[in-house]
Design a protein around this ligand. Sequence first.
Ligand SMILES: [Zn+2]
Ligand SMILES: [Zn+2]
Length: 268
Amino acid sequence: MEALEARGGVAPAREILGQGVTRAALARAARDGLVVRVRHGVYALGRTSPAVVAAAAHGGAVACVTALALWGVWVLADPGLHVWLGDKGRAHAHPGCRCTDHHGAGRAAFGVVPIADALVQAARCLSREAFFAAYESAWRLGLIGAADRITIRSALPSRLRRVLDIARGDAESGLESLLRLRLADRGIRLDCQVPVIGVGGVDFVLAGRIILEVDGRENHDGPSMRHKDLVRDAAAAAAGYEKLRFDYALVVYSWPLVEAAILRRLGR
Ligand SMILES: [Zn+2]
Ligand SMILES: [Zn+2]
């Protein structure tokens, strides 16, 4: 178990045999449930993350969007299992395999790829918007530093390098990232967490003129909440702001309608 632990919880048997580990000891540990046989010649500790075990069964390391999700980075949808196989590694058959393979320079290994590698891989599997949101999320979580950001930039195609110019390390949510990128494409500035007198902190302000409210999970029903909302609306109007209100589903799934509403209001 120590030999496996030292290798991140999963390793080929040939790497641990001879390190004071005998075939008999390995077989006994597997029989006792302390280690699991991932596939022929590959063993893992029983408590290894299921994604890492599944990627090892496939032949490599958890990669791309799956790695980002493991790190706690915001990804739009359930990514499935993406596996790094290195330059020469091959995919192995295993039950329920629906894996997405990633190849490239370097040797296949088990475990989880480094976060900067995962972001570069994800640039190929995600839409431009989803990549941007994941990148900002990783930055905000403190998972990528200045050196990582330089490495990532140099590995990306030029069309994605341009979106990194508007990326920030303080985006509060994936929704904020999506909004900022979509509005930037239209040349509209988005300010976030803006203090407005009489209203308090406002999540989004468009072009310095329009308060954009996006209802999340919080409950806006009930007479007292309704009264508070109306007070905020009146205070915003008194401070010279217009107001537009949408919900998360509208912004994510009905963007053309939201965009048309924003452009018409800004035009006026
Ligand atoms: Zn991928
Ligand atoms: Zn697979």
